[in-house]
Design a protein around this ligand. Structure first.
Ligand code: MUC
Ligand code: MG
Length: 372
């Protein structure tokens, strides 16, 4: 049990998406993952991933800054330390570096994967054990074209790949977005739950009008309608409408969750291991949300298989995910860098089996897509 950390590598991997993915702040055509490989003195390897959306368009860490943080600041501290002291190592990183939760999430994931492999146990077992082996997954319709989105939704419903959809809105005038959303909801009817993600694009007055329109159109959930730092607006909107709000960018970790709940917010929260700084930190946030009566939703930053598997292990330990998950990231990419892809079926995905994450790198694919 006393293996030490011998090497840490952070690799940038660029994979094209299957179609443009249009959000209010950027359109994604290529997804960049930072893949972290930590090797110990017994030759075991742990895998982690840090991924964001659109370089610096979505959040304050870019793939390049995550790699720099790991190479320049984390690696010198971690090399030579006991690999299984995950909590101790985490305290050390938190004391020496502010923020940088994406980079910390990749490291925490890789250390958990390594420990799982050492103990021959799945990562979920290290988190107290999986309650669920099959986890619901929605799909985001974000081609930017109403007819294409309707075709995509119908194909996926028929294939039973997804029965819930999230639409990315906020970049167009409000009533254009409302017409787009209402047309999709009318086309899929009661077969599907339709939600929207505004990614902070509205001010409070626009959000109030938008939520009234979306409520009337039969939309089930409105994600992050207003700017992330305006907790008071989220709380006010959540008490004005029956249609619930999903807090995303506003809430990174347990402290944010506590503050938003204390402000009077009711609704749901999108947990993301990357925002929280790792699977352990994301579950701390889940405990605060649960205590405050806020619904849980497994969120993504459109990670590939490694980050998605890490998230699934965490979400599998939660009794109830009121709003399911959006762990579809690998399906948005044209290719993968792992030997066995995740198994998406029956409107969800199987929790990967095997020690640690249950994921193995395909070295040829990694060589093909790693940034030169
Ligand atoms: C976000 O803000 O929720 C998650 C799914 C998706 O399509 O975009 C992301 C980011
Ligand atoms: Mg969101």
């Amino acid at each position: 049990m006393s293996a030490i950390i011998q090497s840490i590598e952070a690799v940038l991997v660029d994979i094209p998406t299957i179609r443009p993915h249009k959000l209010s702040m950027t359109t994604l055509g290529v997804q960049t993952m930072v893949i972290v490989r930590i090797k110990d003195s017994d030759g075991l390897e742990g895998l982690g991933e840090a991924t964001t959306i659109g370089g610096l368009a979505y959040g304050p860490e870019s793939p390049e800054s995550v790699k720099l943080t790991i190479d320049t600041y984390f690696k010198p501290q971690l090399i030579g330390q006991l690999a299984n002291n995950i909590n101790t190592l985490r305290v050390m990183l938190d004391r020496s570096s502010r923020g940088n939760n994406l980079a910390k999430s990749a490291i925490e994931t890789a250390l958990l994967d390594l420990l799982g492999k050492r103990l021959n146990q799945p990562l979920s077992a290290l988190l107290g054990g999986a309650i669920h082996q099959h986890i619901p997954v929605l799909w985001t319709l974000a081609s930017g074209d109403t007819a294409k989105d309707i075709d995509e939704a119908k194909t996926l419903i028929t294939a039973k790949r997804h029965c819930d959809f999230k639409l990315k809105i906020g970049s167009r005038p409000l009533m254009d977005d409302v017409r787009h959303v209402a047309a999709i909801k009318a086309a899929v009817g009661d077969q599907a739950s339709v939600r929207v993600d505004v990614n902070q694009a509205w001010d409070e007055a626009t959000a109030a009008k938008g939520m009234a329109e979306l409520q009337a159109a039969g939309i089930d959930l409105v994600e992050q309608p207003t700017p992330m730092k305006d907790f008071a607006a989220l709380a006010r909107l959540s008490s004005k409408f029956h249609i619930p709000i999903l807090a995303d960018e506003a809430v990174a970790d347990a402290t944010d969750m506590y503050k938003l709940a204390a402000e009077g917010f009711s609704g749901a929260v999108a947990m993301k291991i990357a925002k929280a700084g790792g699977p352990l930190r994301a579950l701390e946030q889940a405990a605060v949300a649960k205590a405050a009566g806020i619904g849980l939703y497994g969120g993504t930053l459109l990670e590939g298989t490694i980050g998605t598997a890490a998230s699934l292990h965490a979400w599998s330990t939660l009794e109830t995910l009121q709003w399911g998950t959006e762990m579809f990231g690998p399906l948005l990419m044209k290719d993968d860098i792992v030997v066995r892809s995740l198994n998406f079926h029956d409107n969800g995905v199987d929790l990967p089996a095997g020690p640690g994450l249950g994921v193995e790198i395909d070295e040829d694919k990694l060589a093909e897509y790693r940034r030169k």
